[in-house]
Design a binder for this molecule. Structure first.
Ligand code: AMP
Ligand code: ZN
Length: 475
């Protein structure tokens, strides 16, 4: 299997090893995730499943950023000037839980991920920073914070910014310092590893350390440390994240870790997911205006599956533009897949499987995955197989089962979309009343009730097994 490596700027073969350590930069839990964030995690999940499907043995770790400028701000806003670490943990736990719920809904393999909250590894972070100080790569400045020295790093490694590209350093001066967690490309700055406690902005949120003093970790150091801790010092085989993390976050991760481990001993392969745009514009949490999974749920049943399917429609290395039309198209495709598979449950079992055809489509699927995880081609192969196999439902079922190892849509036990909704009480009562009217053969009343149900945003279909209700799809 070949994957594009942001570091070498080439397609590289995924190595066959006993296991592969896979690390994904997780969310900053101060707010709900937007669908752009979800794209990057769904892509990471497609990679994890592809690796498993292809016989690799991936171990997946994700950090949860529960301490940074934004989580502190949110905590202080909620708990006031006396806010402490416990309050921070409580504030961020809420968004961490919401994040997990979203991941479940979009069918990310949550049970296979080891999540590490940054506030659970503070001693290990402190230890890492002390090691950097001892080796001369970090220093305490007049403001009491500890910074990473890019000058010293450059002297020894001369590769800072390599992940961005060869020309990254051109026209840039080493030397300034930056304390905030997020900063722009043109500052080539020593960044904070340990930020001195500031009682005005940080309330009582800090950890103490004999050498570092009262403070808290900067953003970048956490991932260097969690890679080391979670993989017990082994090399990280594949590190994923969104493209916005290439600089400064991943660039700084590399500098911190290589400073201790030596060149090439941190991450072998960097895999970056391009951004999701909405109506051709960038979507960011800090704009306060972003689409969430809950917005999708107002429009269609199975919003998580629909969104997941939508993200299989472009390569992870391409920007994808979200529109409601494309989302509705994705929903329709999912509905068709589910309805097709649900309809052949019994017939399929009575047919012999056509092993040769199955093999042919699995080979097509493999070819797509091996080509830099070409999921759109992979999905196209699934549809093509359905077209060819209209007469052999058993083989269709088998193909869907194998393809779903990667897609993770739940094709093996497709939910019946007609039955898969929870009705609000008012609608449920109308449905019951309509059932009674139908049993009493009062069709005028039944029609009237149908209109009332529809006015609440549902559609009614009369089938041999009685009424089936579904949400009216409105985009
Ligand atoms: P954050 O919670 O802001 O740290 O972001 C979590 C993840 O989402 C990171 O991997 C980001 O690179 C990624 N991300 C942020 N915005 C987008 C977007 N519009 N499209 C795809 N990924 C994104
Ligand atoms: Zn990270």
């Amino acid at each position: 299997m070949k994957l594009y490596n942001t570091l070498s700027k080439q397609l590289e073969e995924v190595p066959k090893k006993d296991h592969l350590n896979v690390y994904t930069c997780g969310p900053t839990v101060y707010n709900y995730a937007h669908i752009g964030n979800l794209r990057s995690y769904i892509v990471a999940d497609l990679l994890f499943r592809s690796l498993k499907h292809e016989g690799f043995n991936p171990k997946w770790v994700m950090n949860i950023t529960d301490i940074d400028d934004k989580t502190i701000k949110g905590t202080v806003e909620k708990y006031g000037a006396q806010a402490n670490v416990e309050n921070l943990r409580e504030f961020t736990k809420f968004y961490y839980d919401e994040f997990l719920k979203d991941l479940h809904k979009v069918k990310v393999s949550v049970e296979d991920i080891t999540f590490v909250r940054v506030t659970d590894v503070i001693p290990q972070i402190q230890e890492f920073i002390v090691e950097l100080i001892n080796k001369g790569y970090a220093y305490k400045a007049e403001d009491g914070s500890v910074y990473f020295s890019i000058e010293k790093y450059q002297k020894d490694f001369n590769d800072y910014g390599e992940l961005v590209g060869e020309k990254f350093l051109e026209g840039k001066k080493v030397g300034a310092r930056v304390a905030v967690d997020e900063y722009e490309k043109d500052n080539l700055s020593d960044f904070a590893l340990w930020k001195a406690h500031n009682s005005e902005s940080d309330a009582q949120i800090f950890w103490d350390h004999p050498l570092l003093g009262k403070g808290r970790p900067g953003w970048h150091i956490e991932c260097s440390v969690i890679n080391r801790v979670a993989f017990s010092g082994e090399v990280t085989d594949i590190h994923t994240g969104g493209v916005d993390l290439i600089f400064p976050h991943h660039t700084n991760e590399i500098a911190q870790s290589q400073a201790l481990l030596g060149k090439g001993n941190f991450v072998k392969h960097w895999c970056h997911c391009e951004h999701l745009m909405v109506d051709d514009k960038k979507m960011a949490k800090r704009d306060g205006k972003f689409l969430q999974l809950s917005d999708m749920a107002e429009k269609v049943p199975l919003p998580g599956e629909a969104l997941r399917y939508l993200f299989t429609q472009s390569s992870y290395r391409m920007r994808q533009n979200f529109t409601w039309e494309s989302f509705l198209g994705a929903y329709k495709a999912v509905e068709k897949l589910f309805n097709t598979l649900a309809s052949h449950k019994i017939i399929g079992e009575n047919q012999p499987e056509q092993a040769d055809i199955l093999k042919e489509y699995l080979a097509m699927a493999k070819q797509a995955l091996d080509d830099d995880m070409n999921i759109p081609a992979f999905v196209a192969a699934l549809w093509e197989s359905f077209g060819h196999l209209a007469a052999n439902l058993r083989t269709q079922d088998e193909i869907a089962k194998k393809f779903d190892e990667v897609l993770g849509l739940g094709l093996i036990n497709p939910p019946s979309i007609l039955e898969n909704i929870e009705l609000p009480e008012a609608a449920a009562n109308l449905v019951k009343a309509r059932q009674a009217a139908r049993e009493a053969k009062d069709f005028a009343k039944s029609d009237e009730l149908r209109k009332e149900i529809e006015a609440l945003g549902f559609e009614v279909k009369d089938t041999a097994e009685g009424q089936k209700i579904r949400k009216k799809i409105s985009i």
